[in-house]
Design a protein around this ligand. Structure first.
Ligand code: NAD
Length: 516
């Protein structure tokens, strides 16, 4: 009997629909089909790929309201955020990589210093990998897999997406949009199911796995992928710190903290999960944050004036409730929110003061609408507190002193640190995205992310194939003397010292010629 997967609207509990789970055999077949299609797709020109991606944008734009509604219904997020945090940024990413992938992946000449004097040259050319398996989380169920798919396709790969079990219809929508735009069959496919289907996709040995999700699953995927030496990019959890100095624009910092902590009900990998404020500004900043928080309307995401939607699942809800309870027990104060609304998946935006790094909600990823606030006295202490975490995805530093902010930013162990800004750079397709420490391995977006989807091939050429190389056989005492000279003169990288080696090099080459 085929397994079924039913998707629900977390805000209302309404059923969105039921789908058949893709069996492990069908997953392997999908990867095989993707590999067969790869043989043709990799030969398409960048112009053709660009045309198709730009056509995909047009299909998406034509269906924008339906897609936004589906994202809002299946994930629980406000329709405003479906548009501002998923659809608009991914449309921008699509045009960027459609227009620029050819330039970014153009063959690259490599400077080879003194070797070029011997008439040699080197370049790197980039080849696609094959089939890219994309396994996303549910929290940005549209923009993350779609953006990664576009980058993979522009680089010449085909794609198999395994959407989260909480958002399968959004995954299917992505494939439908590509198909409507005219992408050849099997360039983009979806397989449906939960963890087992994801595991089957890894087992089917695609040529790359792009994974977004928890640290625990990331470790399982890395271990399973190692069996086939499949390379993986892991985009994992975060416990992102916001550091606010007293000289910051506190009005702006308060609004940023509220958006950074509560957008997507706090279910962003780069949500503000911990706020550290210089103690002299703590009272003022907290008062503003609490006032801003109380303005927010919470409700069903498809209502256009709703700012905070539903959480995604009961599991998420329990983590949030546990962390808030621990804050309470540990002596922190709840300044706003702190409650679940009945037995629904709505948790009130919650502001907590008196937090310390020992508390559960300051150590583990909460992934919910909580904003715990702690204080610091000195710059060094701010850095120490921000770095006191197993995670390192993003962080932000707020100050009107640019030099201080940059100095602090570079000391924070995180893949992205924003100054006087918060959270949003995943939306800038040109910039790399990825974590330090347990927040991940590898990068998506930016040139760095595109490079994850290709393999560089080094082409080296001897433009003067006339003389034998001095290091070739047969060896002799003269050869050994020459190699000593290579080590002490040529290998210094100094032109002057290398020139001193020329008579010996000439003797060696004449010796080789004589032996011909
Ligand atoms: P999750 O790890 O439970 O699931 C992620 C995906 O992996 C899902 O599609 C799931 O079906 C699949 N999966 C589960 N077990 C698997 C297995 N053994 N093999 C293969 N696939 C498997 O994570 P989640 O709850 O969906 O997402 C929340 C997490 O994602 C948070 O920790 C969040 O910080 C993180 N996240 C990170 C980023 C980033 O860019 N770093 C972005 C979004 C979310």
């Amino acid at each position: 009997m085929t397994d079924k997967l039913t998707s629900f609207d977390p805000a209302t509990g309404d059923e969105i629909g039921t789908l058949e789970v893709t069996s492990a055999v069908e997953v392997a077949t999908a990867v095989e089909r993707g590999r067969a299609e790869f043989a043709a797709w990799k030969t398409t020109s960048f112009a053709e790929r660009r045309r198709l991606v730009m056509a995909t944008r047009e299909v998406l734009l034509a269906e924008i309201d339906d897609v936004a509604r589906l994202i809002s219904r299946e994930s629980g997020k406000p329709i405003a955020e479906a548009l501002s945090m998923e659809i608009a940024p991914v449309l921008d990413l699509m045009q960027h990589f459609a227009r620029n992938a050819e330039r970014l992946l153009a063959p690259r000449k490599i400077g080879i210093a003194l070797y070029s004097l011997l008439g040699r040259s080197s370049k790197v050319v980039y080849h696609p990998l094959g089939v890219v398996g994309i396994i996303p989380a549910w929290n940005y169920p549209f923009s993350i897999p779609l953006g990664e798919a576009v980058m993979a396709l522009m680089a010449g790969n085909t794609v198999v997406i395994k959407p989260s079990e909480l958002t399968p219809f959004i995954g299917l929508k992505i494939v439908e949009i590509f198909e409507k735009a005219g992408f050849p069959k099997d360039t983009v496919q979806a397989v449906i199911g939960g963890g087992e289907t994801g595991a089957a996709l890894v087992e089917a040995a695609p040529d790359k796995i792009m994974f977004t999700g928890s640290v625990a699953t990331g470790k399982k995927i890395a271990a399973a992928a190692a069996k086939n030496l499949t390379s993986v990019v892991l985009e994992l959890g975060g416990k992102d710190a916001m550091v606010v100095f007293a000289d910051a624009n506190l009005d702006l910092a308060a609004k940023a903290a509220v958006w950074g902590a509560f957008c997507n009900s706090g279910q962003s990998c780069s949500s503000v999960e911990r706020l550290y404020v210089e103690s002299s500004a703590a009272e003022k900043l907290t008062a503003r944050i609490v006032a801003e928080t109380k303005k927010l309307k919470q409700g069903i995401g498809t209502d256009e004036d709703v700012s905070v939607g539903a959480m995604s699942s009961e599991r998420q809800m329990r983590t949030v409730a546990d962390h808030v309870e621990d804050f309470r027990r540990s002596g922190a104060r709840i300044e706003a929110g702190g409650r679940r609304s009945g037995d629904t998946l709505f948790y009130e935006p919650t502001v907590i003061t008196g937090a310390t790094n020992e508390m559960l909600g300051m150590r583990e990823e909460t992934f919910g609408p909580t904003l715990p606030i702690a204080t610091f006295e000195t710059e060094a202490q701010a850095v120490e507190l921000a770095n006191d975490s197993e995670f390192g995805l993003t962080a932000s530093v707020w100050s009107s002193d640019g030099r201080k902010a940059r100095r602090v930013a570079e000391q924070i162990e995180a893949g992205t640190v924003t100054i006087n800004e918060v959270l949003y750079t995943h939306g800038i397709g040109q910039t790399p995205w990825g974590g330090f420490k347990n927040s991940g391995r590898g990068r998506t977006h930016g040139v760095e992310g595109l490079m994850e989807l290709v393999q560089g091939q080094h082409i080296h050429e001897n433009h003067l194939p006339i003389l034998p190389d001095a290091w070739w056989m047969p060896y002799s005492p003269n050869a050994v003397k020459t190699f000593r000279g290579f080590a002490s003169k040529f290998a210094t990288g100094s032109m002057l010292k290398t020139t001193m080696l020329l008579p010996q090099l000439l003797r060696r080459i004449l010796e080789l010629r004589k032996k011909d």
